[in-house]
Design a protein around this ligand. Structure first.
Ligand SMILES: C[S@@+](CC[C@H](N)C(=O)[O-])C[C@H]1O[C@@H](n2cnc3c(N)ncnc32)[C@H](O)[C@@H]1O
Length: 225
């Protein structure tokens, strides 16, 4: 049954993508980065990439922070939403992934808009707290799950009031609803939601999704204070 559902979700995503999501060579190559590194598919799906692009454009984002570059797929979607003097700052732990992303960003014609950082996000984020870089208009958090609460604290510090924050992969196959789940990533996502519930300067919701990436979900947060 799960296999049949996945096939159905794939064909619906393929149908929507064929009509609404144009992908050039740079995006198509970035979407295949996991093949080069012999990894599972880590990038957002095509409709999700376009959703990030639309959110950036709806918020008229001029400066975007991304945590988790991988092969640059979501980075291209975000950078292409920026005005000609905009900037995407993106952080990746693994140098070989960042190098692959740099090649794709150049092919996409957006390298001049992108500042790539290589290293542990929690080491790099404090260095971005400087005029000319922060505040950001949008933040996309898509790296290791156990550190999401700390990433969100940084997003709150580095984003302006009115900024949107998107956090990917918050469903974890439904494990997010299990209070005693042993996985550190699941507990990170749970602490993040508890953190959101206690904040008066953020309005947020989390949405479950299905598609080529299976059963998943994301959090959308608006910084209000
Ligand atoms: C899900 S992938 C990002 C996918 C990308 N946003 C996309 O949609 O194309 C997560 C990435 O975060 C990186 N990462 C994991 N832990 C990290 C950390 N502590 N600091 C920086 N990057 C990290 C991983 O190496 C991986 O490339």
């Amino acid at each position: 049954m799960a296999g049949m559902e996945q096939e159905l979700w794939n064909s619906v995503d393929a149908y929507f993508s064929s009509l609404l999501v144009e992908q050039d060579e740079a995006l198509s190559k970035a979407a295949r980065a996991h093949v080069e590194f012999d990894l599972p598919d880590l990038a957002v799906s095509a409709p999700q990439g376009k959703l990030l692009h639309l959110l950036a454009r709806l918020g008229r984002a001029r400066s975007i922070l991304e945590i988790g570059t991988f092969g640059g797929y979501s980075s291209i979607w975000l950078a292409r939403a920026l005005p000609s003097d905009g900037r995407l700052v993106t952080i990746e732990w693994e140098r070989s992934f960042a190098e692959a992303a740099a090649a794709r960003l150049a092919e996409a014609g957006v390298a001049h808009l992108v500042e790539q950082h290589v290293g542990r996000a929690l080491d790099i984020l404090p260095t971005l707290d400087r005029p000319g870089t922060a505040p950001f208009d949008m933040v996309f958090i898509d790296a290791n799950k156990s550190d999401i609460p700390a990433y969100f604290d940084w997003a709150r510090k580095l984003a302006r009031p009115g900024a949107v924050v998107v956090v990917d992969n918050v469903v974890l196959g439904g494990a997010v609803a299990e209070p005693d789940h042993p996985d550190a990533g699941v507990q990170g996502v749970r602490r993040f939601h508890e953190q959101l519930a206690g904040r008066t300067d953020v309005v947020a919701t989390s949405i479950q999704t299905v598609g080529t990436k299976g059963y998943d979900g994301f959090t959308l947060a608006l910084i209000t204070g």
